[in-house]
Write a protein that binds this ligand. Structure first.
Ligand code: ADP
Ligand code: TRP
Length: 322
């Protein structure tokens, strides 16, 4: 199977990104799959206009992925902006994309509803660039979190339109969403997201991680009271990192009372630190490595070769030939 996915370097990756996307990406690297994973820096540019931060986040996501187990020998790992054909194909696809299709996109409607100060055109055409990212590599599956399903539907609609107008060219991609981790909630009970300031980072230093976990919203109870299990954010997060026995044990402490949320948060913090301990160590080592550019250049070359093939087909179909 051919697998493709991208992650936007718009901040520090969090547990939602890990459970909803990155973990699946890494697990899919095996003999049966040919994987393409990229850092969607052109997409990040729709909201991030700060060169220092862009540099830091792009590099950060590369380090995070490699530390979590992405193997650049097994997967084609690259920066979107290193394969210029993404922008080229996005333009071609935009000439076939009905305006109304993009007006219905949740992310666009949200941006309007939130009265975002600057609604740039890139934000509006975001799904077209995403369609180009995907269709360029003709993947069978696109593993993403639930919030990206609509973008996948738009990519399929655009592919169908292209195929209808110019003849069979693009394979219709399918989203692959892991049901158990479709939406990871953040410290305030909403979907965990960089945009909501409610994240728990994967690789923040221990003090920051502690601060993030301590900020999880809880009920206000007396220490001796039993703590409700239903809807508890600490438990919901803990379930993703602990064994079923450990979860039962913590639930029992909730039911008995006299435990308190401070201790429960400490249990979660320790579990998360333990879960990512090896990855943290690998990340520290990689941070000093001088091989990152070489790894990304190699990935870009591999991706460019596939992109050129797709574009030759597109030139032929559209008549954009010399
Ligand atoms: P954010 O909302 O924090 O900006 P991104 O849009 O960069 O996150 O998402 C990167 C990937 O992580 C996507 O595949 C997305 O579906 C997944 N993802 C993001 N937040 C969550 C979440 N809270 N639960 C599950 N998956 C998530
Ligand atoms: N829009 C995705 C996100 O916010 C990132 C992304 C860009 C992507 N291009 C993609 C994901 C192509 C999958 C396939 O997370």
């Amino acid at each position: 199977m051919r697998i493709l996915s991208g992650i936007k370097p718009s901040g520090r990756p969090h547990l939602g990104n890990y459970l909803g996307a990155m973990r699946q990406h890494i697990a899919m690297q095996n003999e049966e799959n040919e994987c393409f994973y990229f850092i969607a820096d052109y997409h990040a540019l729709t909201t991030l206009h700060d060169s220092k931060k862009m540099y830091e986040f792009r590099r950060g996501v590369v380090l995070d992925y490699l530390a979590l187990g992405l193997d650049p020998e097994k997967s084609t790992f690259f920066f979107q902006s290193d394969v210029i054909q993404h922008a080229e194909l996005a333009w071609i696809l935009s000439t076939l994309t009905p305006h109304g299709l993009l007006e219905r996109a949740h992310a666009w409607k949200d941006a309007i509803a939130k009265g975002k100060r600057e609604l740039n055109v890139g934000l509006f055409t975001y799904p077209v660039l995403m369609a180009a990212d995907i269709l360029m590599y003709q993947p069978d599956f696109v593993p993403v979190g639930k919030d990206q399903i609509q973008h996948l539907e738009i990519a399929r609609d655009i592919a169908k339109k292209f195929n209808h107008v110019f003849g069979e060219t693009f394979k219709l991609p399918e989203a692959k969403v892991e049901a158990s981790v479709a939406t990871i909630i953040g410290t305030d009970g909403q979907k965990m997201s960089k945009s909501y300031n409610n994240t728990i980072s994967i690789f923040a230093d221990e003090a920051t991680l502690k601060k993030q976990i301590m900020s999880i919203q809880t009920a206000s109870l007396k220490l001796e009271d039993p703590m409700p299990i239903e809807g508890d954010i600490i438990l919901q997060l803990y379930e993703h990192f602990a064994t079923p026995d450990e979860v039962m044990e913590l639930k029992q402490k909730y039911k008995t009372g006299g435990f308190g949320y401070g201790k429960a948060k400490k249990v979660l913090l320790d579990r998360i630190l333990d879960f990512f301990a090896d990855a943290r160590e690998r990340r520290n080592r990689l941070e000093k490595s001088e091989k990152l550019n070489e790894i990304m250049n190699r990935g870009a070359k591999k991706a460019q070769a596939t992109a050129r093939k797709t574009m030759n087909k597109v030139y032929e179909k559209t008549g954009l030939l010399p």
